[in-house]
Every structure is written in C-alpha cells, then in structure tokens.
Ligand binder design. Structure first.
Ligand code: SF4
Length: 495
C-alpha cells in the first residue's frame, strides 16, 4: 500500500479552496503562525473522544506504536477485523489514496456500524461531509456499513451525581446524508488529486471562502496586498458587502464614496476614518456618568467551560466562574484599591467565588462592568446554585452599570475602534499606554485554557507561575475599565 495522498482534513481543506490545498501540500512553510488565542482553543482539555469509547467498552485501539505510521494502522485494523474484534477504536482505512481514521467501529449482529465523535453540541455541514468521506473510504475499501453515526454532546444534559454517558452523549445517524454525498465525494477526490499533482498553483482570488467554514491559514500569502484601513475593516456589514466594495475597486475606506449607505454603525466608522476625527457627544456621556455613584467597583469575571461537566448540577460547556478582579474607589479623591479571587485548582470554584464576591462588594455604589451580559448571566446562574444568596446577588445585579454603553451608542467613537467595542480595541484607541501585549495570558480564551490545564497540573512552581499570570490578566481588565472611565470623565470636562 502506498502512503495516502489525502486525509480527512486535507480533503476538507480542498473543498474550501483548491489553492489552500495546493499551498498546504507544496508550501506548508508559508502557513500563518497560529495565534496564541487559536492555540489556546486547540489545547483546551477535551477528552470527549476517549469518554465516548466507554459507550462501547472492551474495544481494541488500532493506533500503531508509531502514531504517524498510517499504513501500519490500516494493516492493524484489517488484522483486528479478521481476528474477530467487535469494537475497534481509531480504525484506519485507505481507498484510492484517501485515508480515513474512524473513532469507533462496532460489529453488531454480524454488521458493522461506524461512529465518529465530535465534541460539539450541534451537527455542522462540515461534520456531515467528514462522515460522508469516512463512509466513502470505508465502504469502497470493502467493509459494508449498516450505519454511520455522529456522536455529539447533548447540551440539555445536567450532571446529577455520576456522569451518565447515555444521557451526556447523543447519537445521530447520518447515513442518508452520507449516501447523498457519495458522487460528489468521488468527484472532489479526483479533482483534489489533480490540484496536488499539478505543478501550477491554482488561481483563486480572495473571497468569502477564505473564512468559510474555517479562517484559512494562508491569508498571509493571499491577503498580503490588502491595504491598511481596507474595506474589510468595516465591521458590522456582511462579508459579501465588503467584497462587493472591494471588487468594485474601493480597496480602502477612504476611497468609498460618501453616498454609500452601509447602515448606521458602518457609516459612522467610514466617516470617522475618512475625517480622521473622534466623535464625542458630551451631553450623552454626561448623562451616562450621572447615573454612576461612588464608591465605584470595576468588576470582571473569568470563566472556564468544560465540555464534560465536572461539577454537580452543571451542563456541558457551562461557564464556570473561577476568578474575579475588582478595582475599588471609595470616592473621587481616594486611592484606587484592588481585590481579587482566584479559585484553588481541583475544587468546584463556585461557592468560594460567590462568597468572596459578595464580601468584597458589600457597600453601596455602582458596579461597573464592561459588556455586562456574561457577568449578569453568571450571577443569575449562581442564584440557582446557591438560592440562599439570591437577595444579596439581586442587590449586586441592580448596581451593575455597563461601561460599554457610551461606546456602543456611539456617544464616543474613535476611528481606531474599527467599529468593535472590545475592551482591547478601546484601550488601543483611547489609552494606548496600557496594553495586553506583554502579558503571558492576554485573552479570556487563553485564561480559560490555562485554568483548565491547572486542574491536572502537579508541578508546584508551574501552578504558582500560571496563577500569577492569571492575576495579571484579570487585574489589567479592571484597570483598563478604570482608565476608560477616567477618559470619559476627562472628555466631558474638556472645552
Ligand atoms: S486565503 Fe483564501 S484564496 Fe488564499 S488559499 Fe486561503 S482560502 Fe484560498
């Protein structure tokens, strides 16, 4: 058997874009460097595949000692089938140069059933294509399948005591969908092989396909001539509209004619970039500030979202709060103080989290949060977990004021915000001296992954180091809010 030409992932890459497949096979060194954010998402602890094997216990793993030896994996799978194995994990098959490694293969009543595990709660179009390719490879290899199913996570499941696998997982047959795609798969495999064999790079212009279904990792190659302040920086309009402008010859925002109507938010950004001016509505900002009362609390939560609910009365992917930062200012003249909480790893953090938060926010005064939806949801969730604390939590909820409002309302707009109101964009535009760039943990996703990994970390020095980075990150979030609040106060005072 010859080494495979296409795998599931390269096949799907070719479906998204022939040029991406060509570059991947011939110039992989040109791939974009993965961002820390993306790496964090990929590294999220997620043993869903291993857990799903327990639905079919007693299986044999076909993975060879040298994991990358796929030919050996196919041979081992064949040997297992011939020797009468009835449950095979990581079963490998190859047909016509295409390799497919299936999560679980099961023999029942002398018929074979294929299962592919996804750590998602929904079946996407890509998962259906993935299953259709598996079906094509396995059945053409010579193993008829009575059915092929996706095993996904049931997002309605709430853990109550021991994890109940039959309720946590949902098994959905996708055989009909796979059968409908077989001709297309055959044709696309043929075309993909031509792309790979062709010495010439396919000519593909940039387009919406660069983002669907995945953000392509060759944008550094294809997008290198897209200028700064391009029309792709106009957020709040569909990609199709951005490309319509670009393909009509308007490469930068400055080139867009004034008569173009892109909707209120996008127009505001276009106008700000074209005039290079901040827009400040002092009356609206003053009205917003007049609702804020000292003492002030600047509050931010960090959460993590285990796919497998590890604590009782939690659902898959539920946000579990593990950390908060609070900057506190008693009155206008007083010194800024900082309080924080970071849960001990390995324990359910919710009880200690809410008790500490209530203790540190006892007094009157406004609680400022940036983009308050998540914090409100967490507090409402904690009311259900700890009903005795409901009255106190309600008092905190009533004191929350969302610091994002004046920016979202465009009472204060700066061209560098690029129509995005993330705290990082705001900081970059309004307080450029303060930045997340020097931090080891520089986003909520990275914090989430770091805390998740701490659950199993045993190296004490590593634990201390990660906890220190988590402190720094969450502290900067609330310090940024303080600076943004001060900026609002400053601009209303200016003549
Ligand atoms: S950036 Fe776009 S055009 Fe270039 S390879 Fe990726 S998907 Fe294709």
């Amino acid at each position: 058997m010859e080494k495979h030409i296409l795998s599931k992932s390269t096949f799907l890459r070719g479906l998204q874009c022939a040029k991406s497949l060509y570059l991947y096979k011939n110039f992989i060194q040109l791939r974009d460097k993965q961002s820390a954010e993306t790496t964090a998402i990929f590294n999220r602890g997620n043993n869903v595949g291993i857990l799903a094997q327990k639905l079919f216990p007693g299986g044999v793993d076909a993975t060879p000692a040298k994991r990358s030896d796929n030919i050996l994996a196919v041979e081992k799978t064949q040997q297992l089938i011939e020797s009468g194995a009835e449950v095979i994990y990581e079963a490998a098959f190859q047909h016509n140069g295409v390799l497919a490694i299936l999560d679980i293969l099961v023999k029942k009543n002398n018929e074979w059933y294929a299962y592919e595990v996804k750590s998602s709660t929904k079946i996407s179009k890509t998962y259906l294509l993935d299953a259709a390719l598996q079906y094509w490879v396995i059945t053409n290899y010579g193993l008829p399948l009575a059915d092929i199913s996706l095993i996904i996570i049931n997002n309605q499941y709430t853990r109550d005591g021991n994890l109940e696998l039959d309720k946590f997982f949902a098994v959905k047959t996708v055989k009909q969908e796979a059968l409908q795609q077989q001709e297309m798969i055959e044709e696309k495999v043929y075309q993909s092989k031509l792309v790979i064999a062709n010495p010439e790079q396919p000519k593909v212009a940039i387009g919406e396909h660069c983002f669907i279904p995945y953000h392509c990792d060759f944008m550094g190659v294809c997008w290198k001539n897209v200028p700064v302040n391009s029309v792709f920086e106009i957020t709040g309009i569909p990609k199709s509209e951005q490309f319509a402008l670009y393909n009509a010859g308007y490469k930068t925002i400055s080139e867009i004619p004034f008569k173009n109507n892109l909707g209120a938010n996008a127009n505001a950004h276009v106008q700000a970039v074209q005039t290079d001016e901040e827009k400040i509505d002092k009356t609206a900002i003053s009205t917003f500030l007049s609702k804020i009362n000292y003492p002030l609390f600047f509050m931010d939560f960090e959460t993590f979202m285990p796919a497998i609910p590890i604590y009782n009365k939690t659902k898959p992917y539920q946000h579990i709060p593990f950390q908060f930062s609070l900057h506190y200012k008693k009155d206008k003249e007083s010194e800024l103080q900082h309080f924080y909480f970071l849960a001990e790893q390995g324990l359910d953090p919710r009880k200690a989290f809410i008790e500490n938060l209530l203790k540190h926010t006892e007094t009157e005064g406004s609680i400022l949060v940036y983009d308050a939806l998540m914090e409100r949801n967490i507090l409402n969730g904690l009311k259900k977990d700890f009903p005795a604390h409901t009255p106190e939590i309600d008092l905190r909820l009533n004191r929350i004021i969302d610091l994002m409002i004046p920016f979202q309302n465009k009472s204060y707009y700066h061209p560098a915000m690029k129509n995005s109101f993330s705290i990082k964009n705001l900081l970059h535009a309004l307080v450029p001296d303060l930045s997340y760039s020097d931090l080891m943990i520089s986003s909520g996703s990275i914090a989430m992954t770091a805390y998740e990994h701490l659950q199993k970390e045993t190296d004490l020095l590593k634990i201390i180091e990660v906890r220190e980075h988590l402190h720094e990150y969450c502290k900067l979030d609330t310090l940024s809010m303080v600076k943004i609040f001060e900026k609002l106060e400053e601009v209303v005072k200016e003549k």
